[in-house]
Design a protein around this ligand. Structure first.
Ligand SMILES: Cc1cc2nc3c(=O)[nH]c(=O)nc-3n(C[C@H](O)[C@H](O)[C@H](O)COP(=O)(O)OP(=O)(O)OC[C@H]3O[C@@H](n4cnc5c(N)ncnc54)[C@H](O)[C@@H]3O)c2cc1C
Length: 298
């Protein structure tokens, strides 16, 4: 409402929606240059207000590993530790790359001193080029988090549907880790659909196979390949997983027909995949908005 602000990233896409003649500015980019009065219209729902508050952390990069030709994973040892809910993300800023980039935590939630991330290369992307150019272990990284409302809340007592494209599986692994640790699939159903292009693009199948195997049939995990069928060798290596051919949201739509009772759905991945899955969840599954949670990696 009043007070001095300094503009941040001038090219931020959100600026196109601003009415600057009405004094609007981009709250997520500007910096307060002195005392400001901020009016927040509306109320935060209780479950959102209960999420951990984001703060700045310093992190040290480690355990850098190539999972496929265009996917790397790494950890960040953070100080102070970060308390986060399953499905949340953090914004990481690295030396030489302007601005921060959002990455979803892969590991189990709670108070964590080590955060685990997975990054899929975006051709020509600044962070992608930086992280793929060399092993970046021991780099100091500025981290802000946790952020995000697409979180799993076991107390909601719902069956879980996850639809992920590529590195969108990151937050789903965190959700499954929490559910697994809480014995959630002893009393609930889970359906996970993980979409990649070909059999050479898969990663984290070991973990997914272990989650499915431990669930006594209540957690079904399907790997959907959009280009071609899964080789027999892959199926034999991960006997607790199912494999299908097609776009992940179409595979999910076919497998889920008639199974949407008491379901909360999580969707993450590239924008076209997320849009396809959302259309399906709204038009076909008829889930209510509060039961659809998503992160678009655009
Ligand atoms: C909630 C969320 C969670 C995500 N989780 C993951 C994940 O787990 N794994 C994964 O691989 N990807 C994830 N992404 C995508 C990720 O944040 C990056 O967009 C992606 O890695 C490409 O980054 P890049 O720097 O290589 O590409 P770029 O095209 O260089 O940058 C990507 C985006 O960063 C923003 N940006 C560019 N310049 C600036 C600047 N100067 N200041 C501020 N912002 C700028 C723009 O919005 C741009 O579209 C997530 C995205 C979101 C929104």
């Amino acid at each position: 409402m009043s007070g001095p602000v300094e503009p941040g990233w001038r090219g931020a896409p959100g600026r196109s929606y601003l009415k600057e003649d009405r004094g609007e500015f981009l709250l997520c980019q500007e910096t307060a240059a002195g005392d400001c009065t901020v009016y927040v219209p509306g109320k935060a729902p209780v479950e959102i207000a209960a999420l951990p508050r984001p703060v700045y952390h310093w992190g040290t990069l480690g355990a850098y590993a190539r999972l496929t030709s265009d996917v790397v994973s790494f950890t960040l040892a953070v100080n102070p530790g970060m308390d986060f809910a399953p499905g949340q993300f953090a914004v990481c800023a690295v030396p030489g790359v302007e601005g921060g980039r959002a990455y979803s935590m892969v590991n189990d939630s709670g108070q964590a001193e080590t955060l685990e991330f997975v990054v899929k290369a975006k051709p020509g992307g600044k962070f992608s080029e930086w992280i793929f150019a060399a092993n970046r272990d021991r780099t100091r990284v500025r981290v802000f988090g946790p952020l995000g409302r697409a979180v799993f809340r076991p107390e909601e007592d719902k069956n879980v549907l996850c639809i992920a494209g590529g590195s969108g599986i990151a937050g789903m692994i965190s959700i499954l880790a929490r559910a697994h640790a809480a014995g959630y699939f002893a009393g609930h159903r889970g359906h996970v659909f993980f979409g990649v292009r070909t059999a050479t693009d898969v990663f984290y199948l070991e973990r997914l196979n272990d989650f499915a195997a431990a669930s006594r049939g209540n957690l079904e995990i399907t790997v959907a390949l959009s280009e071609g069928d899964a080789p027999e060798g892959l199926k034999a290596r991960y006997p607790a997983l199912r494999f299908a051919t097609g776009f992940v949201h179409a595979v999910a739509a076919a497998a889920m027909a008639g199974k949407y009772e008491n379901v909360v759905a999580f969707v993450a991945g590239p924008p076209p995949m997320v849009d396809g899955a959302l259309r399906m969840l709204i038009m076909e599954a008829r889930l209510s908005a509060k039961d659809i949670r998503y992160d678009k990696f655009g």
